[in-house]
Design a protein around this ligand. Structure first.
Ligand code: AMP
Ligand code: ZN
Length: 430
């Protein structure tokens, strides 16, 4: 199913011609209106006329998160200060956030891409979508909301309320789809189990859109099995609209990134040099249609690769592989590079293990992994526990080349946050 078949299946040459036109327009706009880019262009000695092909995008300056922090609150606006109609900020944990402004057209475009994304998974106006993401400054609430309304779904703006209330809404309004953090989806499955609710029989749920935090294929499978539903990966970031920019189609084989709105590059996270298509590196995005706050070559820090092959669904917009993590999430333990996702993959493919875990780095350079046991199917016998601990330690050793200390803890005993899960605590005295 298509929301906008023509745009979604545009032949590559036409799509690329369109991208070039939009890129040139964006570069002209920021060169005229945004002092930050004027300065950068002057430093690099480039003029808008120099951008003659998509490859020329490589000559443009990067935009870093630090540039957004420095520009706070509105230093990167490309329209008059009274023109934007909405503000979102990134979920910064400390200090000032990154502020992103939207014009009326920007809002319209973000809803349009969200609608494309939902319909691509089979969502129709008959669906009842319960949006369990936060409705504050975070984009996960409003951007999804507008897109689902556009499709004609009944949208329930539940936000991240208590599990009690989520369940009541789900039952009373026959929710068919949820937008939810993957960590919360696993937690909520356990809540249903404790309530004696069988999602396959007692709920109308068919689909979940999970994103906003890194998660593995194994986690997706766990959620699918726990609820008996289809789970689709949804990627987005505040700086680029929020959700609805990278989304899986019915084939669940990578995230189609809407290339008529964003230019994709994959670069070496250290050198910033472009990498050949298919190689894994840092995703860099340029907005092609943004009015209020266009961003050139924004360093997302997200590590992924482009899937060059066309998708069976017929969409021509290329897919990204599942995000393996953020460049700044990478842990270096005893000289070995480790992504928390590698640890999650091992844990989530081990049936005796529950959904929640915590990586604790301490001492000089020691790694401990606290792992919740699954609530069901474990007899708690000491020798079985030590067997499991040993089995996990071996798997970690083989996969990560370090042997962490594995601590098994009872189901439900690790902290659960309302927002994105916090998986790593680093208190090393390095
Ligand atoms: P925010 O701006 O708060 O929405 O955070 C955006 C960041 O969340 C992205 O840059 C990614 O690091 C992460 N993120 C969002 N969606 C996904 C996803 N589906 N898979 C992995 N990471 C994600
Ligand atoms: Zn597809």
């Amino acid at each position: 199913m298509f929301w906008d078949r023509e745009s979604e299946t545009l032949a590559r040459p036409a799509l690329e011609r369109f991208q070039l036109g939009q890129l040139q327009e964006t570069v002209r706009r920021v060169a005229q209106r945004v002092p930050f880019y004027q300065r950068k262009f002057a430093e690099l000695g480039i003029k808008p006329e120099d951008i003659k092909s998509l490859e020329d995008a490589r000559r443009l300056p990067f935009t870093a998160s630090a540039d957004l922090f420095a520009a706070y609150p509105d230093g990167l606006l490309a329209v008059a200060a009274d023109e934007p109609v909405r503000l979102h900020t990134s979920s910064g944990t400390t200090g000032k956030p990154k502020a992103v402004f939207f014009s009326r057209n920007d809002i319209n475009n973000s809803a349009e891409l969200m609608a494309r994304s939902l319909v691509m998974t089979g969502v129709t106006h008959k669906d009842v979508l319960q949006n369990m993401m936060s409705y504050g400054l975070f984009t996960g609430g409003l951007v999804m909301h507008y897109g689902a309304e556009r499709v004609g779904c009944l949208v329930i703006p539940a936000g991240p309320g208590t599990s009690e209330r989520q369940l009541m809404l789900m039952q009373d309004f026959h929710t068919t789809a949820v937008h939810i953090l993957p960590s919360y989806a696993l937690y909520f499955a356990r809540f249903l189990e404790q309530r004696g609710v069988n999602p396959r029989k007692d709920l109308k749920l068919r689909k979940a859109f999970v994103g906003a935090e890194p998660h593995t294929e194994e986690t997706r499978r766990r959620i699918e099995e726990a609820y008996g539903i289809d789970v689709y990966n949804s990627y987005g970031l505040t700086e680029m609209n929020g959700p609805g920019i990278g989304f899986e189609c019915e084939h669940k084989a990578g995230l189609h990134l809407w290339e008529d709105h964003f230019l994709i590059e994959i670069v070496d996270p250290v050198s910033g040099q472009p990498l050949p298509e298919g190689e894994r590196g840092e995703l860099v995005l340029t907005t092609l249609r943004r009015e209020a706050m266009p961003l050139l070559r924004y360093r997302t820090h997200d590590i992924t690769s482009i899937i060059p092959e066309p998708c069976a669904c017929g969409r021509t917009h290329r897919r990204l592989n599942r995000i393996v993590g953020r460049a700044d999430d990478m842990l270096i333990v005893r000289g070995v590079n480790i992504f928390p996702q590698q640890i999650e993959r091992i844990l989530m493919s081990t049936p005796q293990v529950g959904p929640n875990y915590l990586i604790v780095l301490e001492g000089l350079d020691d790694m401990a992994i606290q792992v919740e046991l699954a609530s069901a199917g474990f007899d708690g016998q000491v020798e079985h526990l030590s067997g499991l601990r040993h089995q996990l330690a071996e798997k970690f050793k083989t996969e990560l080349y370090v042997r962490p200390k594995v601590e098994l803890v009872p189901a439900g005993s690790l902290p659960v946050t309302e927002g994105k899960a916090k998986r790593v605590i680093d208190r090393r005295s390095l």
